[in-house]
Design a binder for this molecule. Structure first.
Ligand code: NAD
Ligand code: TYD
Length: 362
């Protein structure tokens, strides 16, 4: 039975891939909640995915960082926030290898500031409050081919700066429950895919490169295994965890769908061959190129999601075959979004680099 009903929700990082899907999911499935979306609009964030919400009087956007305690405090007060769903993060492993500092700032310091602002504003009214911390299965490290899947009690062993920063934020969230009785619930989810994913992650990158006639870069031997979950299923799991999750608990969320990267790329090529064949009628598989492996590349992730299934009644409804077809189809039908997001990212890159270059020497 559900024990909690959110009223006024603060979504952080709601202009990103999963956050924007979550906001659309919530506005269409729940007619009562109000949502404030706090997002810094980094390269990964865009309001282009939220145009369908813009006129909804239950939705409001605030541009700013979760590291800005006074802004967060003002929103918590003014919007009478009772529930925080915390997506905001630097989320790409490759970027964490080349530039880890932003991951420390947002994922660790930002999560700390958010937790602490909420603890201060919420005071003793904790029974009617929830903080849902959205995390990843990457905190558990890597598995061999024969290891059992990650459970909620698998020890943390993060291997990338991204995974380490998320593990740190999970531990901060945990400590706030144990120390302050702060009402935290954490979800650790496997790799998501679906509409509106920024084309730097494996699946959208492969679709976009394939259509542009560019190489499809496979790191190493392409036999690394991930568990893949369609984004709507993740959104449904988060909603279940908010309404029925046990305070202080963590729930693994996964698609029960382990696949090597090479198989993922093959299935994308095969769908594109069917839905939008190349002019020369050759397969998109011709564009596959093996490139240097990612440093410290985790070999295998696998998620045992039986706890959330048994205790909260959540299971994924999409199979990989149905989810990837929907996803490829969405990218084919939304080339305008893709072009717009690439232009927007380019503009942000130019403005950031122009600002840096034009700063006077100290
Ligand atoms: P994303 O990179 O698409 O979006 C992140 C959003 O956070 C962007 O809109 C960005 O502008 C915003 N943001 C970044 N720094 C911020 C800051 N300091 N203040 C406010 N906003 C900021 O990420 P995503 O794939 O949607 O992931 C969302 C969350 O889910 C992350 O916490 C990630 O760790 C977690 N997660 C992602 C996956 C996945 O496969 N994508 C899997 C499991 C867990
Ligand atoms: P990614 O989507 O970056 O997610 P994560 O690293 O968080 O799992 O990558 C998924 C897998 O695909 C991972 O094993 C790295 C691999 N990969 C490639 O082989 N080529 C690419 O261009 C990218 C982006 C990822």
């Amino acid at each position: 039975m559900d024990s909690f009903t959110p009223n006024n929700i603060l979504v952080t990082g709601g202009a990103g891939f999963i956050g924007s899907n979550f906001i659309r999911h919530l506005l269409s499935s729940n007619s009562d909640v109000t949502i404030t979306n706090l997002d810094a609009l980094t390269y990964a964030g865009s309001q282009l995915g939220l145009t369908s919400c813009a006129d909804n009087n239950r939705y409001e956007f605030a541009q700013g960082s979760i590291t800005d305690s006074s802004l967060v405090t003002t929103i918590l007060h003014n919007k009478e926030i009772d529930t925080i769903v915390h997506f905001a993060a630097e989320s790409h492993v490759d970027r964490s290898i080349t530039g880890p500092e932003a991951f420390i700032d947002t994922n660790i310091v930002g999560t700390f500031r958010l937790l602490d602002a909420a603890r201060t504003v919420w005071g003793d009214n904790l029974a009617s409050r929830r903080f849902l911390h959205v995390s990843t299965d990457e905190v558990y490290g890597t598995l061999s081919a024969t290891d059992p899947a990650f459970t909620e009690t698998t020890p943390f062993a993060p291997n990338s700066p991204y995974a380490a920063s998320k593990a740190s934020s999970d531990l901060l969230a945990r400590s706030y429950f144990h120390t302050y009785d702060f009402p935290v619930i954490t979800t650790n989810c496997s790799n998501n895919y679906g509409p509106f994913q920024f084309p730097e992650k494996l699946i959208p990158l492969m679709i976009v490169n394939a259509l542009a006639g560019k190489p499809l870069p496979i790191y190493g031997d392409g036999q690394q295994v991930r568990d893949w979950l369609y984004v709507d299923d993740h959104c449904a799991a988060i909603s279940r965890a908010i309404s029925a999750g046990e305070l202080g608990s963590t729930y693994n969320v996964g698609g029960n769908n382990e696949m090597p990267n090479m198989d993922i790329v093959h299935s994308i090529c095969d769908l594109l061959d069917e839905l939008q064949p190349r002019d020369d009628t050759k397969s998109y598989r011709e564009q596959i190129e093996f490139v240097e492996d990612r440093p410290g590349h985790d070999r295998r992730y696998a998620v045992d999601a039986s706890r959330i299934a048994n205790e909260l009644g959540w299971t994924p409804s999409e199979s990989f075959a149905t989810g990837i077809r929907k996803t490829v189809d969405w990218y084919l039908k939304n080339s305008e979004w893709l072009e717009a997001i690439k232009t927007e990212q380019h503009r942000k890159w130019l403005s950031e680099n122009y600002t840096k270059r034009s700063k006077p020497a100290a």
